[in-house]
Design a protein around this ligand. Structure first.
Ligand code: ADP
Ligand code: ASP
Ligand code: MG
Length: 460
């Protein structure tokens, strides 16, 4: 069971999570993964960034806030004996934070490696608190640092787990606890390289930690406790009428999370695919609601669109190859360049006659993509002006997802018409050959209206 930031965001929420766990511990053998308390990771990253920019005051305020928030939970929920065990551990993390930030402010620099060690401190603190809360409820539990379980590559900030090593290490480290019936409360978000350097799995990565641990332990199920009733037909913050979806397939979940449905980290499903372990999304604020079950194969339900998602911070990049390059040469150079730079393209369309390739990238990658593409086409651009690279900013990608759209005629037409009626201009459109999703690029300012229009059109 994994608990997200809002589900452990205060003393009250932690008590609630503890009670949920206590209820289920009577029936199941559990392993627990926790996020940092809501807002803590953002706070840590901001503090480090400011410190490295030379602001020597901000991080000192954050240090106080960090200590206060965790201390408050300990004060409210833990016995004196538990407090004497846990408070020194919390204090150790606060001084860890202090040492790192004062270092950043001295050298005016943060390396990705140091940032990972710092940004995942919140998980160490929440795991220690959660384990102590369970003990206070009479349940044997122990905080476990996932740097002792999850072995990753050295892509700091967005590391990938090495599954074989992780499985071996996780089983070995947790076996003695399992034998004694002790519930491990594991830090989400972080792992370590084979050399022991702390890494993180990308923002929102505790979902991924949950399925990595679940897979390593051959769990029967992975339950992700969050602040909504399950995967919904759209982000409820954009579409208040969005409804919960009882069941979706792995592929649908992957597609939705890739295109911005924050309820799941995009890599969450990968670790459970081979073992076909079901993943549940459940609401810690409403635990009696069954939630959404994510299963290996196409789920039941009527044909057509199942959910709408959107990514509002994208740019379109148009690469024009002119007359000197064939379309194949153009495409191969564009994609080689992007893959060498590890830049994800969200959507691709082409006009072979005009020799133009149009692709959408995350806004954060756009500047780098343009610079690198300009380098890749330097000769054509500078010498004979035959190629050009143009960027269209402020783009959103709206995506309709559903395995059962396959073979259902008229879906694009209805979506087009719905957007047309609201005078929303579609800048580009793409549909995967598997018909699992259809993507529309629109202006960022139209995104909310576009999602609502398509949601309504398909009666979701
Ligand atoms: P946690 O802290 O538990 O990991 P997140 O904030 O990362 O929670 O993810 C939950 C949020 O995801 C919800 O509050 C909701 O606003 C957002 N969300 C976006 N798209 C969807 C969707 N299709 N279904 C459910 N929630 C969604
Ligand atoms: N605390 C981390 C973050 O905010 C990981 C997570 O919550 O999933 O990104
Ligand atoms: Mg999350």
């Amino acid at each position: 069971m994994k608990f997200g930031g809002t589900s452990v965001g205060s003393a009250e929420r932690m008590r609630n999570a503890g009670e949920i766990l206590a209820g289920h511990a009577q029936h199941f053998e559990l392993a627990v993964v926790v996020s940092a308390m809501g807002g803590v990771t953002d706070m840590l990253i901001r503090a480090a960034t400011q410190a490295s920019a030379g602001d020597s005051e901000h991080w000192k305020n954050v240090r106080r806030e960090l200590a206060r928030r965790h201390r408050e939970v300990a004060d409210q929920l833990l016995s004196a004996a538990e407090q004497s065990l846990v408070l020194p551990r919390l204090a150790a993390q606060v001084s860890n934070f202090e040492n790192l930030c004062s270092g950043f402010s001295l050298v005016r620099e943060i390396t990705p490696r140091a940032m990972d060690a710092l940004s995942s401190l919140g998980e160490v603190m929440s795991a220690n608190l959660m384990a102590a809360i369970l003990r206070s409820l009479g349940i044997a539990a122990e905080a476990v640092d996932s740097t002792e379980l999850i072995v990753t590559d050295d892509s700091f900030g967005n590391a990938s787990p090495l599954f074989e090593e992780t499985t071996a290490k996780t089983r070995q480290r947790l076996a003695p606890l399992r034998k004694r019936g002790v519930i491990p409360v594991i830090t989400g978000f972080r792992g370590a390289t084979a050399e022991g350097l702390c890494t993180t799995l990308g923002r929102g990565g505790s979902d991924f930690s949950g399925t990595i641990v679940g897979s390593a332990l051959d769990a029967d199920e992975v339950w992700i406790w969050t602040d909504v009733d399950g995967v919904m037909t759209a982000d409820p913050r954009l579409v208040p009428e969005a409804r919960i979806i009882p069941g979706i397939s792995y592929r649908e979940a992957i597609e939705l999370s890739f295109f911005g449905a924050k309820v799941l980290h995009p890599k969450t499903i990968l670790p459970v695919m081979k073992k076909k372990i079901p993943v549940w999304i459940k609401n810690s604020f409403n635990p009696s609601c069954p939630g959404t079950r994510i299963v290996p194969s196409a789920s039941d339900g009527p044909p057509g669109v199942k959910a709408i998602t959107s990514l509002s911070k994208a740019n379109l990049i148009m690469v024009s190859g002119g007359e000197r390059l064939s379309f194949g040469q153009l495409a191969s150079r564009v994609f080689t360049c992007l893959s060498l730079e590890d830049i994800t393209s969200l959507m691709v369309t082409q006009s072979s006659a005009e020799n133009v390739l149009c692709l959408a990238v995350h806004e954060a990658d756009s500047k780098r993509a343009k610079t690198k593409l300009e380098k890749a086409f330097e000769l054509e651009i500078i010498h004979d002006h035959s190629a050009s690279i143009d960027v269209m900013p402020h783009i959103a990608i709206v995506v309709a997802v559903g395995e059962k759209m396959k073979g259902t005629p008229g879906i694009s037409g209805r979506a087009f018409a719905a957007l047309g009626r609201r005078a929303i201009n579609i800048i580009a459109i793409a549909q995967g050959s598997s018909e699992l999703s259809i993507s529309f690029a629109v202006k960022s300012s139209d995104v909310k209206e576009a999602v609502k229009a398509i949601h309504e059109e398909f009666g979701l």
